[in-house]
Design a protein around this ligand. Structure first.
Ligand code: PLP
Length: 392
């Protein structure tokens, strides 16, 4: 029988015994007890495959891990307390003193900051902008051990040829790590193209309701077990069983939410890309021919995170625009119900924005689950306030 992503997301495992709950029980315990010393000895040397202490494994979290591994087509998956917990544990485990990690395009800022922090352990990092995958070759060093990227990248939402990257990296014994949060495991399966590790922040689409923080690492069993033993167990970014339960609940509506967003993002992008007050809209749906080809190859649907900037790069008008939005909220993170806006300009980072080729008026936007026409109307009235009416 075929096992569709929708079925993996929606089914819950049945309890043994006389009752069958629609939703799984939450095993809200920190530790587990044993009838005999022999029983304890049998499990305590292999915590990753047994329940000893919830900092390592927990039955509710295991339900989530099994589902996510299946969705991702991965052998094994480990869930963490946050996306950054997953990212830091992975880099901490894969890199040794003397190694170099190459980070491509605009990745999530904290991930790049963590790699920089590893300098004190003699691990170097470079974050470089590449137009296409093959451009990375000139940045690879003798000691490069990890290539870390997102596809599409945050802010400019540029896709990369991930099969090319993983083939190239494999030939050189370099591990590849992708943060796939943008598209969720429903629309993008990087492990199918040879990537070693896929990371998601569960705080976004998978949780889906702006009420949990979590992260996940998926890949080959051996590699994920190593990340469990070192990055997870030593750094201790353990998810609460309750948050795992909320993520399982989030998964049950993930296909419905993602398919809705895949449709509504196209409607919103079509409207915004025609507005003369907006200079550029960044999203793979509006990408050039090469980007379209990559989207066709790798994505079975579109995520709803994108960026815009204005024709008029004026801070006062930008402020007026943001403050005039009524439905779209100003705030960090994304992936829940509400549409969001997050200006890239933080008051003191103009040089950094220039370095990355971003204008002062660059804003990351998240389309939520509202009616797309409501969001278009909200953005347009805010543009009217800040930039004057669109008479076209
Ligand atoms: N990856 C991406 C693309 C993100 O946007 C974020 C958070 O904003 C993270 C990773 C980090 O995840 P978390 O906030 O769950 O630590």
């Amino acid at each position: 029988m075929n096992c569709y992503d929708e079925d993996i997301c929606t089914t819950v495992s049945r309890a043994e015994g006389s009752y069958f709950p629609m939703s799984p029980d939450i095993t809200m315990t920190s530790s587990f007890r044993y009838e005999t010393y022999e029983d304890f000895l049998a499990v305590s040397t292999d915590e990753k495959n047994n329940y000893v202490y919830t900092r390592g494994t927990n039955p509710t979290t295991k339900i989530l891990e099994d589902k996510l591994a299946m969705l991702e087509n991965g052998e094994k998956c480990k869930v963490f307390a946050s996306g950054m917990g997953a990212i830091s544990a992975t880099l901490f485990t894969l890199l040794n003193a003397g190694d170099h990690v190459l980070m491509l395009n605009t990745i999530y800022g904290e991930a790049a900051a963590f790699a920089k922090y590893l300098e004190k352990f003699d691990i170097s990092s470079d974050r470089v902008d590449v137009q296409q995958a093959s451009d990375l070759v000139e940045h690879v060093k003798e000691n490069t051990k990890v290539i870390y990227f997102e596809s599409p990248s945050t802010q400019k939402f540029q896709l990369l040829d991930i099969e090319w990257i993983s083939n190239y990296a494999k030939k050189r014994g370099i591990k590849t790590v992708i943060d796939g949060t943008w598209s969720s495991p429903l629309f993008h399966k990087p492990l199918n193209y040879g990537v070693d590790i896929v990371i998601h922040s569960l705080s976004k689409y998978i949780g889906g309701h702006s009420d949990i923080v979590g992260g996940v690492v998926t890949g080959e069993k051996k590699l994920v077990d190593t990340i469990f033993e070192h990055g997870h167990q030593s750094l201790g970014a353990t998810i609460s069983p309750f948050n795992s339960w909320l993520a399982i609940r989030g998964l049950r509506t993930l296909p419905v939410r993602m398919n809705h967003l895949d449709q509504s993002i196209r409607v919103v992008l079509n409207a915004l890309s025609k507005d003369p007050r907006i200079n550029q809209v960044y999203h793979p749906y509006l990408g050039d021919e090469d980007q379209q080809k990559l989207a066709q190859k790798y994505l079975s649907g579109f995520g709803s995170l994108f960026s815009i900037n204005m024709v008029d790069d004026d801070f006062e008008k930008l402020t007026k625009f943001v403050n005039s939005l009524n439905v779209v909220s100003l705030g960090v993170s994304w992936g829940g119900f509400e549409s969001l806006i997050l200006p890239a300009f933080k008051g003191n980072n103009i040089e950094k924005l220039k370095e990355r080729g971003l204008k002062t008026s660059h804003m990351r936007m998240y389309l939520g689950l509202e009616n797309p026409q409501t969001i278009i109307a909200d953005i347009q009235q805010a543009l009217d306030h800040a930039y004057g009416k669109n008479d076209l």
